[in-house]
Ligand binder design. Structure first.
Ligand code: ATP
Ligand code: MG
Length: 237
C-alpha cells in the first residue's frame, strides 16, 4: 500500500458553504478516510460524490484530472477538481507513478496515446481505436500498468463485459502486490474482489461496508433470484 489516508483540510471549513462540492452530503460530512487495503472501492448512489472525491485524489497525485498520468497532458472538458485543493493525502511510502481513468474520457485518452511515438508497442502493436472499448481497456492495464503505482479508476465496468470484468479482477490480482487501486464502481462483480475495502458514500460520513451488505450485491442477488417478482413490483408500483 502507498496511500494511507485522505483528509479534508481544516481550512476548508470556511469554504463549507452549500456550494459544490460541499453541497454533497458525503463531502460535507467528510473528515478523514483511512485506507487499509491495496484495493479500495467507492460505492453509492448516482450523485453521492464518488467521482468528486476520486478526482480530488487524482488532483493531489498530480495526475491529469481529465484522466491520465503525470506524463499524459491533454485537454478535455470539465477537467478540473474543485475539491482537490482542500484535501491532504498521507503516503507510506510516497509514490508518484500511477494513473486516473474515467470511463467517459477513455476515448480521448486513446486518441492521445496514438499521438505518442512508439506508443503502439505498449498495446500489442494495435492502435487502441482499432480495438474494442473493453479490449483496449484491458490492454492498457496489461501492457502499461505493470509497475509500482496507484491507479484511480472511475467506473471501469463501463468498458467491460461481465466476462472481461472477471478478467479485470485477475489483472487487479496480478498487480496487487505492487499496485494500489481506488475504484468507483456500481459493479457487483468488481466489488467481489477478495478483502477489498468498500466505502459507502450513501452513509454520511462515508463508512466501510461488507460486500454482502452493499446495495449492489443485495439488489443484483434479489433480481437474479426473483426476477419475475421484482419486475412485477416495479411495473405495478
Ligand atoms: N462541476 C460540478 N459543479 C457542480 N456540481 C457538480 C459538479 N460535478 C458534480 N456535481 C454534482 O455533485 C454531485 C456528486 O457528483 P459525482 O459525480 O461525484 O457523483 P458520483 O457518486 O460519481 O455519481 P455517479 O455514480 O452517477 O457517477 C452530483 O449531484 C453532481 O450533479
Ligand atoms: Mg461518478
Amino acid at each position: 500500500m502507498f496511500l494511507r489516508s485522505i483528509e479534508l483540510l481544516r481550512e476548508s471549513n470556511s469554504e463549507k458553504s452549500d456550494a459544490y462540492p460541499f453541497s454533497i452530503p458525503s463531502i460535507k460530512s467528510f473528515r478523514k478516510l483511512e485506507l487499509r487495503s491495496n484495493v479500495t472501492f467507492f460505492v453509492g448512489e448516482n450523485g453521492s460524490g464518488k467521482s468528486t472525491l476520486l478526482e480530488s485524489i487524482a488532483y493531489q497525485c498530480g495526475f491529469n484530472t481529465a484522466g491520465g498520468s503525470r506524463n499524459d497532458s491533454y485537454e478535455v472538458d470539465s477537467s478540473e477538481s474543485v475539491l482537490g485543493p482542500f484535501i491532504r493525502l498521507s503516503w507510506l511510502p510516497k509514490i508518484t507513478h500511477g494513473f486516473f481513468l474515467r470511463a467517459e474520457t477513455f476515448y480521448q485518452f486513446a486518441s492521445h496515446l496514438d499521438t505518442i511515438p512508439d506508443s503502439l508497442e505498449y498495446y500489442g502493436g494495435r492502435s487502441l481505436h482499432k480495438q474494442s472499448h473493453g479490449e483496449a481497456f484491458l490492454s492498457v492495464f496489461k501492457n502499461r500498468f505493470g509497475k509500482r503505482g496507484i491507479y484511480l479508476l472511475d467506473e471501469p465496468e463501463a468498458a467491460l463485459s461481465p466476462a472481461r470484468q472477471l478478467a479485470f479482477l485477475r489483472v487487479i490480482h496480478d498487480l496487487s502486490g505492487s499496485a494500489q487501486f481506488i475504484i468507483a464502481t456500481h459493479s457487483p462483480i468488481l466489488l467481489g474482489y477478495p478483502d477489498a475495502q468498500i466505502l459507502d458514500f450513501d452513509s454520511h460520513p462515508v463508512k466501510e461496508v461488507q460486500y454482502e451488505d452493499t446495495i449492489q450485491y443485495i439488489l443484483t442477488r434479489r433480481f437474479l433470484e426473483n426476477r419475475k417478482r421484482m419486475l412485477d413490483e416495479i411495473f405495478n408500483d
